[in-house]
Design a protein. Sequence first.
Length: 127
Amino acid sequence: MEKYIAHKRFKGSGIYGFVNIPATTEGFCLDGIIFMDNKAICCENSENAHQYFAVNNDDKGLERGILTGKIQRLLSNNKKLWEKIWCDKICQKYKRCDYDDYWLWNNDFFTAPIKDLQYIYNLIKGE
């Protein structure tokens, strides 16, 4: 059973029904379903999971969620920054394989070690 944490507020429809999960709420994943306050929220590979919740087995879930969000925002509609991602070996392991000509982050990106996420963030920030 993996530990999860809400890295930002999730207010919307979950598997259980309407929920309002504050940031820093801790939960867990069981059989591919994330639970917060003992309510089924979403599948662990869903868009809601990727945008609001982060794996927290290493107690770095908040940092992981914040970094993945920052990376996505920085890359949003910025072709020049995307060029850095496309040719980087570390970034390549986080690209979904089912699209040759389009970049989508795979699930491993959202569960990546902090050092890899920090590397990607620094790469696109130019640090």
